[in-house]
Design a protein around this ligand. Sequence first.
Ligand SMILES: Cc1cc2nc3c(=O)[nH]c(=O)nc-3n(C[C@H](O)[C@H](O)[C@H](O)COP(=O)(O)OP(=O)(O)OC[C@H]3O[C@@H](n4cnc5c(N)ncnc54)[C@H](O)[C@@H]3O)c2cc1C
Ligand code: FES
Length: 272
Amino acid sequence: MENLYLPQIAVIKKIAQETPDVKLFTIEFKDPEKFTAYKPGQFFMLSVFGHGEAPISITSSPTQKGSIEFAVKCVGSLTAELHKMKIDDEIGLRGPYGNGFSADSLKGFDLLFVGGGIGLAPLRSLINYVLEKKADFGKITILYGARTYDDMVFKEELKAGWRKSAQVITTVDMGENLCDGNVGLVTTLLPKAKVNTKTTKAIVCGPPVMIPFVLKDLTILGFADDHIISTLERHMKCGVCKCNHCNIGPKYVCLDGPVFTCAEMKLMTREF
Ligand SMILES: Cc1cc2nc3c(=O)[nH]c(=O)nc-3n(C[C@H](O)[C@H](O)[C@H](O)COP(=O)(O)OP(=O)(O)OC[C@H]3O[C@@H](n4cnc5c(N)ncnc54)[C@H](O)[C@@H]3O)c2cc1C
Ligand code: FES
């Protein structure tokens, strides 16, 4: 019988320092046959041997073949060990898990991405995917907020790459914003985006504290609940719906999520 908890061995091929506490890792499976197709918004249980595992979203587009990218913020025991690792070191990967974003359900719509902090990592997978298939989608707008300018991830794409085919507006909570000059919470960018709420689907990902505020403001702007799509984060142990660590009401974030519409969230919890 297949052991659900047995990770595949993967090798770190490239490491880039995105911000003082976020590194971008490019990973290849040791056995290339183990590379499996994935959807934007899905995650892997990533293990550093001897130090446990944690769920980490895929940040590369599924159109990138042979390697996978993860943007990881150093926040605790596992991520600190990962940040010490070097090129050619081995890690474990189980997955891909979770429902991911349904790109098909976004076809024909304008898209409004709203990201906060490291939450841009899973959105980047979908952003690069839809930008490659631009003819299938309408106008694309990307709003991004970080604590400070130094904390902004994926600066090259935010400042140059994505601006070729999307409207990009950034903000910082404090200090100088060398990207656009905006200072304030990411919700302050929503009126600046000037999107048509009837023809647009909003896709949101950020720290748990940000999500209810963004969802509330999108609703006030006129977005229907099923046109607001967001990821939810919960502490996970197994990633495969066995341990009961990640449930919200009747739903399991590892299996039914982490991507939910606002309509689904309202049925799960009163938080939204
Ligand atoms: C679906 C999903 C996708 C994710 N994708 C990414 C990603 O792409 N990049 C990324 O950097 N992170 C991502 N995360 C978050 C990441 O999994 C966590 O930050 C993870 O806990 C890091 O592991 P760690 O051992 O380094 O930190 P931990 O030692 O687990 O500590 C992390 C933080 O959680 C707190 N904490 C620890 N245990 C508990 C507990 N039982 N209850 C409450 N708080 C606790 C700690 O105080 C600390 O602030 C994702 C999480 C989910 C659920
Ligand atoms: S992480 Fe174990 S049930 Fe979801």
